[in-house]
Design a protein around this ligand. Structure first.
Ligand code: PMP
Length: 461
């Protein structure tokens, strides 16, 4: 940060960033992204990067899509804002809901909009509570999520999140939120245990937890079909069906957090369909607008809606909502974005190109630093370990990943380091040439990381 007038320097003076070491940031400055086009973004020096994480698992249609710009402009001009409180609505939100309900996994009846995935998950918690109040079961309010699951970062959605962010020092998770095991067979499976056996064991653990707590107190189970921020964790094939069977047995709602999976990421429209989930509620965001506008949607079943609607006199109206719920510009952009995904068959592209991505990632499986290669469709992960055989992690976890991630950036590739789990999630429009470049750049970074680890090791001896 040696140019006092550069954006990077000015950023350090004024911005406080999420998930960023403040003192390191003062030393290094920000990477200032100025423009985006297709699968690429460009920093303030003009350097080009492949956005290998689609800008936080988001930008399905790529950067600089003129149709989304035009959709936003036209809606800005016509009706830049209106709210949805007290019987008010507007056309883009109605049209988008019709489209979402027509394409949803399972039978969904109604849509509730928020601006972020975190708010949508907070809303889901309240809706579950309203539902059970309406059914005269106010004590049925515990919600089970999973270790390593990510559902947001507000006090309530952050409590669902099964990663250690801020939990221990701040009395989180809040009351009535419990966590069960993470379905990562390679990391948590027992010696000699098959994926199928592992999935059965986890379903058994869930059942035991419900019985210990008392089924009359357990309201819902929430999970990402494929976990994202926890390290791209792909469950065993039959895991979700087994979990769902347990939930149905004890009248526990199933909530699919499709914030990362939704709209083609797994090579199918929904993670739920990929893994045989028939959810009672679905949360989607990110690829919904390709994150050109902040928007999330909570879809839920008719049974939940009717119970709440029928009991308004008893429980009151749904006392919840945000100024920007269903924002007209955001919903107009989402509509256009979903049209593009359909017209260009980006879900099909994710399936076809996804195979190429997965095959390319698997070629790194024999690399000395690589513990596991995993993924499905257009989302994948390479987990770096200190010892391939024992799966022992590097100490401290994350430092080697950070080095690798920085080498990737040097070579013009942005991915994500989740504690030595290197995550890939490129825009759904990526083609074979783009993927080959991505894989080549990652390969160079990985080799340089291995050299660095080797030289540190030698120095220690
Ligand atoms: N759920 C999942 C699965 C997510 O990946 C995220 C964000 N990464 C969220 C919820 C929270 O969304 P937001 O950051 O918009 O609050």
């Amino acid at each position: 940060v040696d140019r006092p007038n550069s954006p990077a320097f000015r950023d350090v003076a004024v911005n406080f960033h999420p998930y960023t070491n403040a003192r390191k940031h003062e030393d290094k400055g920000a990477m200032v992204i100025r423009e985006g086009k297709g699968i690429h973004v460009y920093d303030d020096t003009g350097k080009e990067y492949i956005e290998g994480l689609a800008g936080l698992w988001s930008v399905a249609v790529g950067f600089g899509e003129p149709r989304l710009v035009e959709a936003a402009r036209a809606q800005m001009e016509k009706l830049p804002f209106y709210h949805s409180f007290a019987h008010k609505s507007h056309e883009p939100s109605i049209e988008l809901s019709e489209r979402l309900l027509a394409m949803a996994p399972g039978k969904m009846s109604k849509v509730f909009y928020t601006s972020s995935g975190s708010e949508a998950n907070d809303t889901a918690i309240k809706l579950v509570w309203y539902y059970n109040n309406a059914r005269g079961r106010p004590e049925k309010k515990k919600i089970i999520s999973r270790i390593k699951g990510y559902h947001g970062i507000t006090i309530a959605s952050g409590s669902l999140t099964g990663l250690p962010y801020n939990h221990k020092d701040f009395d989180l998770p809040i009351k009535n939120i419990l966590h069960t095991a993470c379905p990562h067979h390679w990391r948590f499976g027992w010696e000699g245990e098959s994926e199928e056996e592992f999935a059965s064991r986890l379903a058994g653990e869930l059942e035991q937890l419900i019985l210990t707590e008392g089924p009359e107190t357990v309201a819902a189970f929430i999970g990402e079909p494929v976990m994202g921020a926890g390290g791209v964790i792909v469950p065993p094939r039959t895991y979700w069906q087994k979990i769902q069977t347990v939930c149905r047995k004890y009248d526990v709602l199933v909530i699919a957090d499709e914030v990362i999976n939704g709209f083609g990421r797994t090579g199918q429209l929904w993670g739920s369909t990929t893994y045989g989930i028939e959810p009672d509620m679905v949360i989607c965001s990110k690829q919904l607008t390709s994150s050109y506008m902040p928007l999330a949607a909570l879809l839920f079943s008719d049974e939940i809606y009717q119970a709440i609607a029928d009991n308004t006199a008893k429980i009151g109206t749904f006392g919840h909502g945000f100024t920007a719920s269903g924002h007209p510009v955001a919903t107009a952009v989402a509509l256009e974005n979903l049209k593009i995904i359909e017209e260009r068959d980006l879900v099909g592209n994710a399936a076809r190109m996804g195979e190429h991505l997965q095959a390319g990632l698997r070629r790194f499986a024999d690399h000395p630093l690589v513990g596991e290669v995993r993924g499905v469709g257009m989302i994948g992960c390479i987990e770096l370990v200190a010892d391939k055989t024992s799966k022992q992690a590097f100490d401290p976890a994350g430092a080697v990943g950070t080095y690798c991630y920085e080498r990737c950036q040097e070579h013009g590739l942005i991915i994500r380091n989740l504690g030595d789990q290197m995550a890939f999630c490129p825009p759904l429009i990526i083609d074979e040439t783009g993927l080959n470049q991505l894989l080549e750049r990652f390969g160079q970074a990985l080799d340089e990381t291995a050299q660095w680890v080797g030289s540190k090791h030698q120095a220690a001896e």
